[in-house]
Design a binder for this molecule. Structure first.
Ligand code: A3P
Length: 285
């Protein structure tokens, strides 16, 4: 089991802290409150970066919270056993994280006013980031080669299922007023504008100096140094020691790893799956 997946409704999940019966319970019975803020991503799309930004907006740039509490406690993953328990017992507005595809997300969200931010990323970079991540983690099947991981990814046989289905599912909500789409690419190009957009969406008024602090403490450099945000304190059941989440933090790294044949194989599946979306929706196209 250590090197495989947990399966639920045809979707692969990590083997650590995830049980099909919990996933069912969360989907049916977790109560999303109107005041909640949800960080929703497909894995390796900038989840932890966005989580840091949301937490720092919440503290108006004061780094005390992000430097003293691990990110999986500040903004727990609702679909994990630990995260679910933490969130159930938490009073007041909560910030939480999830990678769930839309069809498995807590049903109560769809009747709530909770605000969700969906961060997307060029799936080629998601793939490369995931390849290096899952080789080191002990929570799912480990790929031996990039080619092998590319095939799993294109078939949707990776944790949280197909990237294509995830994005198609969640982007169906992009016109909803409690749903904001951002991208890793925009964040990299102009972090300040995206942070301002998020503040506006959340109804948070920060001064320019407070925004400067949000930018400073959520930067790649600061997060890599921050033990509460770099995965260095994750329990050993999750990963081999010495791994840090902040690997490169750039866009377009896939070009350093894909062969021409792999890029073509990827493009063919991408075109088949993504036809019909309006132009300019995806900053990597
Ligand atoms: P790379 O592996 O391409 O470097 P997630 O949080 O969804 O698991 O995504 C991890 C990716 O986000 C990694 O990408 C990681 O380096 C990048 N990342 C994490 N913190 C970041 C930050 N502050 N700025 C830019 N990228 C960041």
């Amino acid at each position: 089991m250590m090197d495989d997946y947990v399966w639920f409704e045809g979707i692969a999940f990590p083997t650590v802290d995830t049980k099909p019966e919990n996933l069912r319970e969360i989907q049916e019975n977790f109560v999303v409150n109107d005041e909640d803020v949800i960080n929703l991503t497909y894995p390796k799309s900038g989840t932890n970066w966005l989580s840091e930004i949301i937490c720092l907006i919440h503290s108006k740039g004061d780094p005390k919270w992000v430097q003293s509490v691990p990110n999986w406690q500040r903004a727990p993953w609702v679909e994990t056993g630990r995260g679910y328990k933490m969130l159930q017992n938490r009073e007041g507005p909560r910030i939480f994280t999830s990678h769930l595809p839309i069809q498995l997300f807590p049903k109560s969200f769809f009747h709530s006013k909770a605000k969700m931010i969906y961060c997307m990323r060029n799936p080629r970079d998601v793939l490369v980031s995931g390849y290096f991540f899952f080789r080191r983690m002990s929570i799912a099947k480990k790929p031996e080669t990039l080619q092998q991981y590319l095939e799993w990814f294109l078939q949707g046989n990776v944790v949280y299922g197909s990237w294509f289905e995830h994005i198609r599912g969640w982007l169906s909500r992009r016109q909803c007023e409690n749903f904001l789409v951002v991208s890793y690419e925009e964040l990299t190009k102009d972090t300040r504008s995206v942070v301002e957009k998020i503040c506006q969406f959340l109804g948070k008024k920060l001064t320019p100096e407070e925004i400067d602090l949000v930018l400073k403490y959520s930067s790649f450099h600061f997060m890599k140094e921050n033990q509460m945000s770099n995965f260095s304190t994750l329990p050993s059941e999750y990963l081999k020691s010495g791994f840090l989440l902040q690997r490169k933090g750039v866009t377009g790294d896939w070009k350093n790893h894909f062969t021409v044949a792999q890029a073509e194989e990827f493009d063919e599946v991408y075109q088949q799956n993504m036809a019909g979306f309006p132009p300019k929706l995806f900053p990597w196209e």
